[in-house]
Design a protein around this ligand. Structure first.
Ligand code: NAD
Length: 286
């Protein structure tokens, strides 16, 4: 193994310590910030995501407020949470059961409290290169690169995946940092031809072992967002022996996934700090 390890766990620990101090200051000044985590029904993935977010919030002193209800009832709850001055962040754990489609509910979240960058307003701001709350996984990709001094500006970056939660926002963030960005997806004709040109390769396809070592240029940085369940745990989208050719590589587990909840909390703390200053949130034009 030659690739430098892009360690998400160590970075998450350091960020948690910094955020804990900022939350303590906010609590002293008036109010402990609260993060509302909404879900409906019995979906196991949504329940697990909520639980991990609530745990992560409490670990840094943020009050976690789980809200579990039918999705039509969540409609009214979101209005209350938008108006509550102690609620700094609102996140919807997907998928929701039945009722109004999830994207309709998401649209009701105040963009200033949208700490997982889920609303169309924040997606639009990000696309326009304006300050915005950003989907946490995409932020985690940038955080892990920057913390390890991985160059972005001027680099050829290739992103595999174009979802609204990972691929697209990662591409926007890289573009905002002056990378030259190619986005690949299921319709890409020759994936390997694209990935071999990458100086920075971000994999977010959800296909175990999609990126093989023959698809990576020697010395490239490879950041793996994949979380693919296999017997006995999870694996990423990148085959482990890619570490023999890559210059730096994030592991799964212990890479991007370790940082994602911390990024939700970082944006929650930013939101709380702005609210305590009486200012509108990042990117707000109101
Ligand atoms: P998605 O299914 O919504 O999107 C996958 C994207 O990859 C699509 O745009 C598709 O076109 C592309 N793709 C799929 N197969 C491909 C192939 N063979 N060649 C080229 N492109 C291909 O998935 P998502 O929600 O974006 O998640 C992607 C991965 O990231 C999943 O493994 C998911 O579990 C993981 N994820 C991780 C976190 C985290 O916290 N680290 C958060 C969200 C998602």
């Amino acid at each position: 193994v030659t690739a430098r390890l892009l360690d998400g766990r160590a970075l998450a620990d350091a960020l948690r310590a910094e955020l804990s101090a900022r939350v303590a200051a906010l609590s002293r000044e008036g109010g402990t910030p609260r993060l509302a985590v909404l879900r409906s029904g019995q979906n196991e993935a949504a329940a697990m995501y909520s639980a991990s977010l609530e745990r992560a919030a409490r670990a840094i002193g943020v009050e976690a407020q789980p809200v579990v209800d039918r999705s039509d009832a969540l409609l009214e709850r979101i209005a209350d949470l938008n108006a509550d001055p102690l609620v700094a962040g609102i996140v919807i754990a997907q998928p929701l059961d039945g009722g109004p489609a999830a994207h309709r509910l998401v649209e009701l979240i105040d963009p200033d409290k949208d700490v997982d960058g889920a609303t169309p307003t924040n997606a639009g701001r990000l696309l326009r290169g304006e300050p915005a709350f950003v989907p946490a996984t995409a932020l985690a990709v940038i955080a892990i690169a920057e913390a390890h001094d991985v160059p972005i500006a001027g680099q050829r970056a290739v992103v595999i995946g174009r979802s609204a939660v990972v691929g697209r926002p990662v591409a926007s963030l890289l573009l905002a940092r002056d990378a030259t960005v190619t986005v690949c997806h299921r319709g890409t004709g020759d994936l390997a031809a694209e990935t071999c040109r990458a100086e920075l390769l971000v994999a977010a396809a959800g296909v175990a072992g999609l990126v093989q070592r023959s698809m990576v240029a020697p010395g490239a940085t490879v950041i793996d967002c994949g979380i693919n369940p296999v017997a006995g745990g999870i694996v990423g989208d990148v085959a482990p022996d890619v570490a023999d050719v890559a210059g730096a590589m994030s592991p799964v587990p212990g890479g991007v996934g370790s940082l994602t909840p911390v990024m939700v909390l970082r944006q929650t703390v930013e939101s709380a700090e702005r609210m305590s200053r009486g200012a509108r949130a990042i990117g707000s034009t109101r």
